[in-house]
Write a protein that binds this ligand. Sequence first.
Ligand code: ZN
Length: 320
Amino acid sequence: MNVKLLKPILIALLFSAVTVHAESSPQVKQVAGYFLQPVGNLKVTALFDGELGLPRSDLLGISSVKANQLFEENFVPVDEHNQVVTDFSAYLVQTPTQNILVDAGTAKCFGPSLGHVPENLKKAGLQPEQIDTILITHAHPDHLCGITLDGKMVYPNAKVYLAKADVDYWTSAQNEAKASDFFKPLFKMTREALKPYQQAGQLIAFSKASFDVPNVELISTHGHTEGHSSYLIDGKNGQKFLGLGDVVHYAAVQFPYTEASYKPDTDAKRAIAVRKNIFEQAYQNHWWIGAAHVAFPGIGHIGKNVHGYQWIPAQYRPEQ
Ligand SMILES: [Zn+2]
C-alpha cells in the first residue's frame, strides 16, 4: 500500500472516532447553580460552590463493602480517581429584614472546581454588598474561605459569625505546629479569611451564651470541629430552616448509618451522637434542611428509613 495514502486515512479514521465519541458523551454546560425554596416567610436560595471527590477511605465505622454497595445503589457519581463526587453549597436566607448567608464557599482554597458562590449569588439576583449577616458553620476552608478573595472582603457590609471555639483553635500557632500535614494548611487559610473582617471589627466570635442574631437560634453541633454550629432560622408559623453544616458528608451512607463517620472529624464519637440527635430533631419537627455536602441543592427534609434515616429532597416548583 502507498504509505503516502496511509496518513490521510489514519487521520480520517481518528477524526471519525473522535466524532463518534463526542456524539456519545455530550459536553454539558450546566444551568446556573442556584435553587429557590420558600420556607414560611423566608426565601431560601441554595448557592452551588462546586464539587470535589471525597476519598472512600475517609469513611469510617462501616465496612467498605457495605459503603460501596450504598454508593452504587444510590447511583452516586464517582470521579476519575474513583472518589465519591460531593457537592459544596452555601445558603442565602432572606428574612423580611435580613440577607443572611449560611457559609460562604471555598473561594480559591480548594482549586478551580469550586469557588462559585459569589457568581451564583449574583445570578440569583443579589449583590455581595447586600449581604448583612454571614453565619459560618465551622472554620474549614470550604465554608469560610469564600468570605475573602485576594485579601479583600467579598461581603464588605456583613458581620461574620463564627464560634469562638473555632476561631481560637484554627488561628492558633501552637495548634498549627502540632497539626498533621492534612490540617496544617488550614490554619493560614483561616487567618487570611478572617483578617479583613477582624480588622474592620466585623467578626463576631460567639459563645453559646453570647450568640444573638434576630430570627436565628444557634444549635451547637460540635464534633466535626470544636465549635461546629448549625443555625435554625425562623420562617414563622412553625416553618423553620436549618443550616446544617457538616453533620453529614456521605449522604448515601450516613443517613441510614449515622454511626459511619468522616475521618477529618475532630471528635468522631461526638460527631456521631450529634448526627443522630439532630436528624431525630429535624425529623420530629419537620424542619427544612440546607445540607452543605448533600447533592445540590441540598435542600429537603429528613425522613425515617428501614435502617436509620433518609434524605427527602425538595421538589422543584416554578411558583409557590
Ligand atoms: Zn465541608
